[in-house]
Ligand binder design. Structure first.
Ligand SMILES: Nc1nc2c(c(=O)[nH]1)N[C@H]1C(S)=C(S)[C@@H](COP(=O)(O)O)O[C@H]1N2
Ligand SMILES: [Mo]
Length: 207
């Protein structure tokens, strides 16, 4: 007789309206970019504290301090993948090494092909937020975001771009790719902030 699966007995806590997804589906808009290490750089730009851009090559970025975070992934299309261990560079590390100017309120995370996602600086700076290159000890595959994807455990998964190429510090909010196309500006799964029509005054810039 096999051991009973404890996950079956005690269903893990899911945000409202989400269902548990086994395995790990691939979900994104557009093609999977080809990684070219010699052309890749991670850029920090916009309202930096010193007014300069900061750039890391792939080699430099992957030699930044490595951390792991266990986090769930909640897709706005209602499936959740639970309990992965993500490994990479904490957003806190990036904020320390290339700090924002004092009046920065929001961050735009930029990925290949112009994909982007915006969030308040406080969400980006969350201690569990990281630029992951690994999942469960293994390098990410191309379709899951190699070499770098952002993980924001407390927001819907579209707030975490795959194939990240940099961040922009902003002194006012601006909508990213999905936030301009019908998804909620804030995207908190526990408050079920799925669509922009649910936004309340102050939740985001006018559409
Ligand atoms: N660059 C990019 N990143 C993206 C997306 C995208 O369309 N483009 N989709 C997001 C959405 S909606 C989800 S649910 C997750 C899916 O990640 P996965 O394919 O590794 O499961 O990636 C997010 N990151
Ligand atoms: Mo998603």
């Amino acid at each position: 007789m096999g051991q009973p699966d404890s996950r079956e007995e005690e269903p893990p806590q899911l945000p409202p309206g989400q269902r548990l997804q086994r395995g790990w589906p691939v979900t994104h808009y557009g093609p999977v970019p080809k990684f070219r290490p010699e052309r890749w750089e991670f850029r920090v730009f916009g309202a930096t504290a010193d007014g300069d851009k900061h750039c890391w090559t792939h080699e430099e970025f992957t030699s930044l301090p490595y951390a792991t975070v266990v986090a769930d992934m909640h897709c706005v299309t209602k499936f959740s993948v639970l309990g992965a261990e993500w490994g990479g560079v904490l957003t806190r590390t990036v904020l320390d090494l290339a700090p924002p100017a004092p009046d920065v309120t929001h961050v735009m995370v930029w990925a290949e092909y112009g994909f982007s996602s915006n969030m308040p600086l406080a969400d980006f700076a969350d201690e569990r937020c990281l630029f992951a290159g690994h999942r469960d000890g293994e390098l990410l595959t191309a379709e899951h975001g190699f070499p770098v994807r952002l993980i924001v455990p407390h927001l819907y998964a579209w707030k975490g771009p795959k194939w990240v190429r940099g961040i922009e510090y902003m002194t006012a909010d601006r909508r990213g790719f999905w936030e301009e196309r019908g998804y909620h500006n804030l995207g908190d799964p526990w408050r079920e902030q799925r669509y922009s029509y649910q936004e309340e005054p102050g939740d985001g810039p006018e559409l």
